[in-house]
Ligand binder design. Structure first.
Ligand SMILES: [Ca+2]
Ligand SMILES: [Ca+2]
Length: 376
């Protein structure tokens, strides 16, 4: 969103990767359900701080409509400028090093508007720009159908360096614009489709700024060095809708193994020596239940594995909060050919965070359990 010069391709990764499942944990969000989070700081003033923008940024130009943030660009005299709009950041309230930053956005795409969903290095007030680094998750100008993903940083010789790519979409429809950023790369996505990547491994190409925390920005400029200074006044007011902003980070790997026999409470079962060592829980009949204490570090999706044995199959495990509600999921237990022939079955469930009691209830019996393992 800042200064823009000729774009140079530095450190581009091969494109066309398909997004793969990762254990992203939601760490911050604003869904704009009725209000704007106080974590947003509104920047006020005219000119866009280096871009020769034509608007004066005011908090009044950011409102909430039907669960959306709405940034409205207006033809309106204020503070010596002839347009108003809004620019908001999480500078000073929240910054993150690495993560998946995504927002669902619908743009006006009209001549003279320049909306941005972007990030700046949190140390900008100390080292300045572009040494702070800048990641533009989505920019679009005028009535074009192209959206841009870019980075700006400081080259080793002190000059500004840039890298950018773009894709054609339908900006006036809602799309999810995201980056996935880790120690090795920044990747840009529209609706889950990757169109750009940038390598930052070990600060290659003087990119070490991208190993620091960044804060978020949303704004819509009117005019400026990039879109130019021709504004379609008749199309104003123009609105940028943001359904949500979400920040995910890779969860700390979780792996919790619970010996079935170490239950906190049970009904109708017995323990017995296990052929794999220790004990297992057997004599499980329909409606029997077993409760364990567990501490889940972060709410989210987990894989729960069960080490089971069953002579005849036909059993069903229901995983639930102790007491029976909510039910997290259920899984059938196959025949393993013997009461001490063990196999591992698993399913994915969504668990709340914290110290809690989980339970297996037998919707149908006829199996033994040696252990459970909860991983993300
Ligand atoms: Ca929303
Ligand atoms: Ca066991």
């Amino acid at each position: 969103m800042k200064l823009r010069t000729l774009l140079v391709s530095v450190g581009a990764l091969a494109l066309g990767h398909v997004a793969h499942a990762q254990s992203w944990q939601l760490v911050w969000a604003d869904e704009f359900n009725g209000s704007i989070s106080p974590d947003w700081v509104f920047e006020t003033g005219g000119g866009g701080w280096g871009n020769n923008e034509l608007e004066y940024y005011r908090k009044e130009n950011a409102t909430v409509e039907n669960g959306n943030l709405v940034i409205t660009a207006r033809k309106e005299d204020f503070g010596g400028y002839h347009y108003t709009s809004a620019r908001m950041t999480t500078q000073g309230t929240h910054a993150w090093k690495y993560g998946r930053m995504e927002a669902r956005i619908k743009l006006p795409a009209t001549l003279g508007t320049w909306p941005g969903w972007w990030m700046l290095g949190n140390n900008i007030s100390g080292v300045g720009w572009p040494a702070s680094g800048e990641t533009d998750i989505m920019e679009q100008i005028d009535n074009g159908n192209t959206v841009y993903g870019s980075v700006h940083w400081q080259a080793a010789n002190g000059s500004q360096a840039d890298y950018s790519n773009n894709m054609v979409t339908t900006p006036t429809d809602y799309h999810v614009y995201a980056v996935e950023w880790d120690q090795d790369s920044i990747k840009w996505f529209v609706d889950g489709r990757q169109y750009n990547a940038f390598t930052i491994t070990n600060g290659v190409g003087n990119t070490q700024a991208f190993q620091n925390p960044f804060f978020l920005l949303l704004n819509m400029a009117v005019g400026g060095n990039w879109p130019g200074f021709t504004i379609d006044d008749a199309s104003l007011p123009a609105k940028m809708y943001v359904d949500y902003v979400r920040v995910y980070q890779k969860g700390t790997p979780t792996s919790i193994q619970i010996e079935a026999e170490n239950y906190a409470a049970m009904s109708g079962v017995q323990t017995e020596p296990c052929s794999e060592g220790g004990q297992d829980v057997g004599w499980i009949d329909a409606n029997d239940w077993i409760v364990w204490n567990v501490n889940i570090p972060v709410a989210g999706t987990y894989t729960v594995q069960y080490r089971v044995a069953s002579l005849n199959g036909g059993g069903v495990i229901q995983l639930e909060k102790a007491g029976g509600s909510p039910v997290y999921g259920s899984i059938a237990v196959p025949s393993t050919g013997g009461w001490q022939n063990w196999t591992t079955i698993s399913h994915q469930v969504t668990l709340p965070a914290g110290q809690q009691q989980i339970a297996v209830k037998a919707l149908a019996g006829g199996y033994n359990i040696d252990w459970l393992k909860i991983t993300n």
